[in-house]
Design a protein around this ligand. Structure first.
Ligand code: ADP
Length: 343
């Protein structure tokens, strides 16, 4: 590169041999125009890059703000929701993206929590009422008996009343304990080969006395020699819950039937009654904890809505299934399926 006055030249020179003579060739070209173009390009970059950078930063911030705005609204709404306020829901942005899905999922979860808290609150109220009633009855019975000298028969009567109340309360507390254990004790249940036919027969015979109080007939039809992999005390509890419900929800002189038979590779246990039955809309809910089909009628009979939830858990521990059928004319029919271990 050489400079001639104010002009910049690019120079190429070389010595060549032309017809035996050494010739020095020099070629020069002006490059100022190229430099001008390069300078123009550099200057335009110096201006355009910061402008583009600024525009993209501002655009990005605006876009992020627009995206974050619904999340901000949801966060503010979530901060106002407490256990006493589970009716509230998060605002659902109509964005049609993951944020909308997120808000909908949260609202569904809030609805489930609301239902659970409502039934727990109702349940606590019911249980407190039950326990208070029981204690009041026992206290009143004892106080009345102590007021003056009584005959032996009167004392026996009073003690009988207190005993019945104690039994009902123990049953209630047992159910509560069993229900709270169902969450944690799935894996720790010991299973062994159990003679299901004998267990059904024995437990039902045991419960027959309760049915006799209501002059109900219990028809027991059990095929012999059905064995399953199971837990003896849980199976007894399951049968007791189902037969006890049949007795509770069937009027005086009603009929209860218990059947055990095999179908394919399963042992089928069916407990049916001709009692008040279960309304169609309640059939899929009765296995939920604390669910009682008709609150007023069941309170009188001391139910806490835990029996069938425990029954379902016991059946699941035995890898079986449980279902209920009913209509107002035929009473209720509960069917339990257990996989057979040995016929
Ligand atoms: P509860 O302690 O109230 O009996 P369960 O969980 O055992 O609770 O039963 C749930 C509800 O299912 C009961 O409140 C009752 O309404 C209904 N139910 C259960 N078994 C029967 C039955 N054999 N006949 C009619 N209704 C029944």
């Amino acid at each position: 590169m050489v400079q001639l006055g104010d002009k910049h030249m690019r120079l190429i020179q070389q010595t060549i041999t032309l017809r035996g003579q050494a010739v020095h060739v020099a070629l020069a070209g002006q490059v100022d125009e190229h430099y001008d173009i390069l300078r123009m390009v550099r200057n335009s970059y110096l201006v355009s890059i910061p402008v583009l950078l600024g525009v993209s930063i501002i655009g990005g911030l605006l876009l992020a703000n627009r995206t974050m705005e619904p999340i901000g609204r949801m966060t503010r709404a979530a901060q106002t929701i407490s256990i006493r306020d589970l009716r509230k829901r998060l605002p659902v942005p109509a964005t049609g993206d993951e944020i909308q899905g997120f808000a909908v999922t949260w609202n569904e979860m809030l609805a489930r929590l609301e239902t659970a808290v409502e039934s727990l609150t109702q349940f606590t109220a019911d249980i407190s009422h039950d326990l208070r009633t029981t204690l009041t009855v026992m206290l009143a019975t004892a106080q009345v008996s102590m007021k003056r000298e009584r005959t032996a028969a009167e004392y026996q009567n009073a003690l009988q009343t207190i005993m019945i109340e104690c039994e009902a309360t123990t049953q209630l507390l047992d159910d509560l304990l069993a229900a709270s254990r169902t969450d944690v004790e799935h894996q720790n249940i010991q299973l062994s080969l159990v003679p299901l036919s004998d267990v059904v027969e024995e437990t039902c015979t045991h419960l027959q006395a309760r049915a006799e109080v209501k002059q109900q007939s219990v028809d027991i039809g059990v095929e012999p020699n059905h064995w399953i992999e199971g837990n003896l005390s849980l199976l007894r509890r399951l049968i007791t819950i189902l037969v006890d419900n049949a007795i509770k929800y069937t009027p005086q002189q009603g009929k209860i039937s218990v059947r055990l038979y095999s179908e394919q590779r399963n042992a089928m246990l069916e407990i049916a009654d001709n009692g008040i039955g279960i309304a169609a809309q309640d059939l899929d809910k009765i296995f939920k904890r604390f669910y009682r089909a008709d609150t007023s009628r069941n309170r009188d009979q001391g139910g806490a809505g835990l029996g069938l939830a425990i029954a379902k858990w016991i059946v699941e521990v035995h890898r079986g299934t449980i279902s209920a059928k009913s209509d107002s004319t035929m009473g209720a029919r509960f069917r339990v399926t257990f996989p057979i271990t040995q016929g």
